[in-house]
Design a binder for this molecule. Structure first.
Ligand code: NZQ
Ligand code: ZN
Length: 379
């Protein structure tokens, strides 16, 4: 185990049907002005918007509406939200949505209390924000586990970068699986695959000697695979839906990362693919993962063999990677960029590869050249 300090500051409310009761309790702890932040339209279609506005009104809050946070949220949207939050003197940001809404709000919360441009502050000045507007998250689509940490993935359109920024930890997060029942199955699958990816990206990081975090991780991976199959077979399977929601949280609440350096090379490549194409995160990962693993597994043979045995009940790394690829097809995810409607020309392929962060925790330090090869093999 590598040395660590662990502190988890978020109050988690989990369970089917817990949403109204727990939100009411939480709202009573905050001052009057609440920014209700959400995505592109699902909140109103599902009726959840009206339910939340009713709860806010009943609690005597003034509602500042902030709509239109897009999948792959942009830096421009962050700045718009921060300006409104500042002008309206918002006391609480209530983020209602999936990873995109939660990510955007974490940075709004920080930028609203910071004079400097937060991108420059974090990337050029190498500083982290310390003052935040309090924030709460109501999760309506699980998979990213974004509500569990203070990292956010934001697309800076002018810089052509989709990168991590560090913002607020939510004070509280409400995980009510019932709220995810309207998520289209395609997005349920994409989200669950993202969870599996987070687990694998953590598992294969250094050191490779298996520790207790890895053993818990193997259980979570098996659980995601089993419950994703179950929910595809029966979308009314509440047990599977709940399990996937908690798997998503476990992937990103830090527990699996204790005593490890994570890998996340596949994520870095997918994020840049997203910066250039605005593609769906889980689908991008699905295309890249097994191809990337074929390039790196020989650098950590024992770990990949163990993974094949413990997660897939197979004999060795090659069989495990093959099983992963088959699973991706089985659940209806793409295995080629062309299946996502993406056609990358040579210049774009190179630009994506060259702008991808190379992670220290990956068992093989990839070059831009090899990342190009990986992208070409994915076409
Ligand atoms: O925008 P609306 O209309 O609300 O529709 C959304 C969106 O189109 C829809 N949706 C959400 N809840 C729904 C629903 N539709 C019907 N019923 C509901 N209850 O789902 C679509 C996708 O939402 P989005 O939030 O974009 O998806 P996801 O949760 O997969 O988040 C993806 C973003 O999270 C980042 C990704 O890079 C991407 O930008 N990630 C954040 C991480 C983190 N902070 O820890 C980790 C991840 O690796 C990831 O990179
Ligand atoms: Zn992810």
């Amino acid at each position: 185990m590598i040395r660590f300090d662990y502190h988890f500051p978020i109050r988690i409310h989990f369970g089917q049907g817990c949403f109204e009761e727990t939100l009411k309790k939480e709202l009573s702890k905050y001052d009057k002005t609440v920014m209700l932040a959400y995505g592109g339209g699902s909140l109103k279609h599902t009726g959840l918007y009206d339910r939340i506005v009713a709860l806010l009104t009943e609690a005597g809050k003034t509602v500042v509406d902030f709509a239109g946070i897009m999948p792959n949220p942009t830096y421009k949207k962050v700045q718009e939200g921060a300006r409104i939050a500042r002008e309206q003197k918002v006391d609480l940001i209530l983020a209602v949505g999936g990873g995109s809404v939660s990510d955007c709000c974490k940075i709004i919360s920080a930028q609203a209390r910071l004079d400097a441009d937060i991108w420059d502050y974090e990337y050029s000045e190498r500083k982290l924000p310390t003052d935040f507007i309090p924030m709460g998250v109501v999760v309506t689509a699980s998979g990213t586990g974004s509500e569990q940490n203070n990292g956010a993935v934001i697309t800076h359109e002018e810089r052509k970068q989709k990168s991590a920024l560090w913002g607020a930890f939510a004070d509280f997060a409400i995980l009510d699986p019932d709220l995810t029942k309207t998520v289209p199955m395609r997005q349920v699958v994409s989200g669950a695959f993202d969870t599996l990816s987070h687990c694998m990206e953590t598992y294969f990081g250094n050191p490779h000697a298996t520790n207790v975090s890895d053993e818990i991780n193997e259980a979570i991976q098996r659980n995601v695979i089993q419950n994703l199959r179950a929910i595809i077979a029966n979308p009314d399977d509440d047990h599977a839906r709940s399990e996937l929601m908690w798997d998503s949280a476990m992937g990103e609440n830090g527990i699996l990362k204790l005593g490890k350096q994570t890998d996340f090379q596949c994520h870095m490549l997918e994020h840049q693919l997203g910066a250039y194409t605005d593609c769906n995160h889980g689908q991008g990962l699905a295309v890249l993962h097994s191809v990337l693993y074929k390039h790196i597994y020989k650098n950590a043979p024992e770990k990949f063999n163990r993974w094949a045995q413990e997660v897939w009940s197979l004999r060795n790394a090659e069989e495990g990677i093959d099983a992963l690829e088959k699973f991706i097809r089985e659940v209806g995810l793409p295995t080629k960029l062309s299946e996502m409607g993406l056609k990358l020309d040579e210049d774009t392929t190179r630009a994506i590869a060259e702008s991808t962060v190379i992670t220290l925790g990956c068992c093989k330090q990839l070059t831009a050249e090899e990342l190009c090869e990986i992208l070409n093999e994915c076409k």
